[in-house]
Design a protein around this ligand. Structure first.
Ligand SMILES: [Zn+2]
Length: 231
């Protein structure tokens, strides 16, 4: 039982880690591509830094907005389900008790014990028992839109800070090169962590993330060069 408890907490932490790494990955790729693109277009160091900062703020806000909207709609669904359950428990408590009993029978309890457990849990807190065992809604895993939005904006910002730091620290003539190298290294690290968190092969995960990051930076550098030559 203790192992199961620890495992479920670990699964929950891993879920958060994976979401944060993917958020950071978005930040690294989108802002480094922006930076490398304008650098390839011949922009000055100040303009490159400004672009990076604008990319960080715009990206973090859009991630937060997107996450908020999607998790809020999940929260709305959960609240509607709970409201319906509350109503059903009020209008037809016998049927709800039978329903809960059947759930425990399906899980392997014999009928007398299932009835006893359902009755006991209904007496102590019927809605929580039905939410957990019938709807799969638990307090720990409830949808939290604001928390999710802040977490994804923070993850994106941490990722985006990497290429921005590279542009600040790099010699003026080598901004694109230094940013590219530091970005690819950080993508390899992030890809490894995400693969580990997801229980996947680490080198495959690292390679996949680094490859697509390189493609994104390569294409934007090309576009930057084309536009830079014509501006
Ligand atoms: Zn129910």
């Amino acid at each position: 039982m203790r192992a199961l408890h620890v495992e479920s907490h670990r699964a929950h932490r891993i879920g958060w880690l994976r979401a944060s790494v993917l958020g950071a990955n978005d930040g690294v790729v989108s802002v480094s591509s922006l930076v490398v693109g304008v650098a390839a277009g011949g922009a000055t160091a100040d303009v490159i830094l400004l672009t990076g900062m604008a990319g960080l703020v715009a990206g973090a806000l859009s991630m937060a907005a997107g996450e908020y909207i999607s998790v809020q709609s999940q929260a709305d669904t959960e609240n509607a389900d709970l409201e319906r359950e509350r109503k059903e428990l009020h209008e037809d408590p016998e049927h709800e008790l039978e329903e809960l009993t059947n759930i425990y029978v399906e899980r392997g309890l014999d009928l007398p014990l299932a009835k006893q457990v359902a009755l006991k849990l209904t007496e102590s807190d019927a809605l929580t028992a039905h939410a957990r065992d019938e709807l799969g809604i638990t307090e720990v895993l409830r949808a939290r839109p604001v928390q999710a939005a802040l977490a994804s904006a923070a993850a994106f910002s941490v990722g985006a800070a990497i290429p921005i730091l590279a542009t600040v620290l790099a010699a003026k003539d080598h901004v694109a090169l230094i940013t590219t190298v530091i970005t690819l290294l950080s993508l390899t690290a992030l890809g490894s962590i995400a693969a580990w968190a997801g229980g996947a092969t680490i080198w495959k995960g690292a390679l996949r993330v680094t490859f697509w990051g390189a493609i994104a930076m390569g294409v934007t550098a090309l576009v930057g060069k084309l536009f830079g030559a014509n501006v």
